[in-house]
Ligand binder design. Sequence first.
Ligand code: ADP
Length: 253
Amino acid sequence: MVELFNVTASYQKGTDILKDVTLRIDDGEFAFVVGSSGAGKSTLIKLLLKEIDADSGSIIVNEYNLNRLRPKKVPQFRRTIGVVFQDFRLIPNMTVYDNVAFVLRVTNRPNKYIKQRVPYVLDLVGLMDKIKSYPNELSGGEQQRVAIARALANDPKLIIADEPTGNVDPNMSYEIVEMLKNINRCGTTILMVTHEHDMVRYFGGRVINIDDGIIVFDDYVEANSDVQKSKISINNDNSIEFTNAFEVQYDFK
Ligand code: ADP
């Protein structure tokens, strides 16, 4: 569970980036976080990972009260969260297997567990056939699936995905979100930051819109599967054409 109560945060005194934010995301929810560049989305994520502290207000994530969390306990807390980044952040000279195994090794998991867990999570994202490949041998979509497997490795309660489709082909983007949706159906809470309004409209669900450090919209939006069709067209010669989803503006109200 994620709970922010009257949270204000800044990088410099006198310039509040998040302003009196109150937000609750229950276990098992899937929520999109949208907002224009500079709105405060990354700042929200940094707060949730305890990379920065709030100036005022309280933050509880996965039963850890971040206001009172001692530095010694931070690694233990962070293991309850899987993070997926826009730029994948895979280690280039490690195989797919080792990229996933790495996070289990640094958390001192027994070898026997690692040998079972890595193939299990790679199978969940459909990448068992790439287990020995290196990141540069994979497409953007495949690299992001490895990153999702890595995020799942420690069986987190919460996955924070920060623009996970930003560097992925438009058609693969929907598969990435579909994958996150499936993970969510198995019980993991998911918070996904995106600026792809078309995608949000396609999947629907809870949408939190941050504007200039304030939550201006937090409600459920109906899924509209027609949206994707407007984005992808198949030509007579079977080539596929994409229209730019980023141009489509959507008013969540
Ligand atoms: P978003 O992720 O929605 O694009 P951010 O949370 O990154 O927005 O940024 C919100 C505001 O905070 C912006 O005005 C940005 O310039 C400012 N900001 C972000 N990081 C820092 C930092 N490390 N130091 C000072 N200001 C920052």
